[in-house]
Each structure stands twice: as C-alpha cells, then as structure tokens.
Design a protein around this ligand. Sequence first.
Ligand code: SF4
Length: 436
Amino acid sequence: MKGKMVKIDASIVPPTHQSTELLMGCKKNYVTQIIEGHRNPGGVESRRGQEIHHTMSLYLSHCARKGVAMDLSAFDEFSKGAGAVASKILVGVRDSYEVDFAALFATELRMSLDEDFHPTDLSAELDGTCEDSGEDAGYVGTLDGLNLYRSEGKIVIDDFKSHPRPYNPSDPDKSMQGKEYSLFCFTHFPWANEVKFRLIFVRFRKLVREVVYTRDEVPALIESVRSMRSRQKAIHEEYIAGKEIAATGNDGCVYCPLLSNRECPILQDNPNAQGEPSEWLSSSLVYSAYAKVNTARMKAHVQGTGKPIILRDYNQKCYSFGPVESESSVFPLFRKTESGIAMDAQGNPDMPIVSLLLDYAHATPDDTKWMGNLLISSTKLNSYLGTKARAMLDQAVTDTADKVTKATLKVSKPLDSIPEEPEEEGDSWDEDGEEF
Ligand code: SF4
C-alpha cells in the first residue's frame, strides 16, 4: 500500500482516543491505520472539522476575555478566517450559541488518564486541580469547551459537531465519547458530582443534544471505557500472534483507506478491484448488479425464515436487514371519490391544499415568495398525460413547464458510441514542458 506510513511497535498500544472506537468497528481498519501506520489522509472534511473547532475555540476565548455571551462581529471575523465552506456551516450557531463566559474554564483542553484511571500528562491549564500520576496515558481526549460551576458541583462539556445528521450522545452506539470525557472531568475535578456532555450541532440553530452523568455512575463509566481499551489491546495481541485480521463492514468504512484503494479484503472477491478509472466505472456497474442480487437473496432469506439478518461488528454494534415500517405524507391535489373527484357547491373541483394555500396567499400577501417553489413532478404528470386521449392537455401542460437544467454525475445507459471530445484550445507546451 502506497502513502505516508508511520508504523508503530505493535506491542505498544496507543492511548484510546475518541476515534478509536470507530476505527475498531473493523479490526482490519484499526490494524491498517494504527498499527501499520497507513493513516487515512482525512481530506477536506477533516480539515473543515479542524477549522470549525479552532474557530469556535477562538470565539469562546474571545467572549470569555471580553465578558460577553455573544459578539457577532467577532464571530463573523473568526469564521471568515475558517474558509468559505466552514463559515457557511457555522451560520447555524452564529446567533444562537451563548458563551457562559463566567464559567468557561478552557477550550481545546487535552485531558489524559493512565491505565488505572488516574489523571496524567496534566496540561498547563489543569496544573493544581489534581495530582499527575506520571504514568503513561491510556486514554486521551480534547474537550472543545469546558465550563465549571464549582459551587453547584457541576461541569458542562461542549463538543462542536459539524455532522449533517444530528445524533444523541446517550444512544448506546454513540455514547463512548460522552462517557470518556465525563470520566476525565470526574477524575480531574474531585468536587464535581454531575457532568453534562453537550453536543452542539453547528449547522443548525439551537440544536443541542446532551447526556448527564453523576458521580455514582463513575464505576459503570470506567467499565465501559475499560472494555473499549481491552478490545483495543486484544487487536494488538492478535496482530502480534500473526492471526488473520478480520474485516467487518461498518459505519467506519467511509473513513477507511482500504476502501478507496480497494485493498479491503471484502472487496478482493471482486475481480475489478484494481486499475484505471474506466475499471472503477466497471466496478460501479458490478456493484450495482451485485447489490440487486444480494438484496434479492437477503429478502428471500428474511421472507423464508421470518427473521432479520444481523451483523455484529467488533464493537458489538449491530446492523440488521429486515422489515422497517415507515410513514410519509403526500398531499392530494384533488379529493378522490369512487368515480372521479369531488366537486364543491359551485361545481368546481374540490382542491383542499390549493384552497388552503389560496386563503393563506390572500391573508398574507407578503409571505408568498416560497409558493413559487411548489411543483408537481414531471414523472407523475407524464405518467397520466402520455395517452392519445389526453394529447391536447399534454401539449398544453408541456407548454407551461419551466425547464430546469441539472448536471449530475451518473452512469449512463448503454450507448453505441460516445461523441469525440473537442480538442482543447488554449495552453500549449513545448518539448521541455515550458508553457508558451
Ligand atoms: S472498507 Fe473493508 S477494511 Fe475498511 S473498514 Fe470497511 S470492511 Fe473494514
């Protein structure tokens, strides 16, 4: 495998970190990235995440120094520095997040515990809060914002997330970060009886999800975090013993370097797992055909056995394939009857949604801009208008259609040939590679 590599001594187990659990969903991913050192370069998303965290850290510190809960012009300045995309994402929290400047203790604070859950590697901000065991760190983490309420015996940790899909820090498969960070606080601040771990989803206004732990839950927190550490150590032992390291599909696959270079052992079954861009397209066709066959056999299995198919990853998180009930709403244009559509007292078709919208437009003429975006999809309309009997109506409707041009990346239907790309005009190169 190509790429920058920092191989570690497999007998040394690096401290358990927020991302360790995600990596361990698949032992092969963990071994590749952590033991063999083929780290996923991270890419744009990871850089954006760092920019967002850094911006929020600057903003929090600024508000604390100034003694204000908000400073929108400072926020705009800091977020401008984070780049166009990151600053767009941060719009969600801009005018809704309030800094508790009197309680803010530190931002981007690194905390560590040794293998016995004693504070170690104390950073300067934590000097004097507790004793440093001096032992190697077994657990590390960086807290985005830490608020202390000593007189109440309470602590609030703020963690900024740029995820487009918010989640709950108390969900069993998402709870490890909150548990580990809360444990950091209980061990570093012996006076704390309650720790609230808050996820602030920065894309959204006031979207905060939280979980609260109390000191009497510390033994359970230790057990959870220790069990993650034990699983991590077990992978190192298996690797040293030369055992075959299994690959398990999980939600960490998208961050796995073995996915994009197709060295994932699960992909090796595919003869197209090497090669050129045209072969990647070939892989895409194969995968889509495979997905159809695979889904069909899974459906047959569920149908036959009456049970869902369950997959457990190395963290014991479960994925299942089986029936999932869902409900969605549709808004009928007309009111359906046995023989056609209902008419009102004046003999006009009864159109409940349209009537409501018309009433609203009359009552609030200043708030109608959005109504121009309400559409009927051409797929639905064409499915009824494409008959001889409705040809006139079809033509009239087609004449009223707005044309929307979209450019999406997709695999085409089979074509006999592709038109030749026109020769590009412009820059030319001489034999020495100099542009002229
Ligand atoms: S892509 Fe393959 S190796 Fe990587 S995490 Fe997924 S299953 Fe594991």
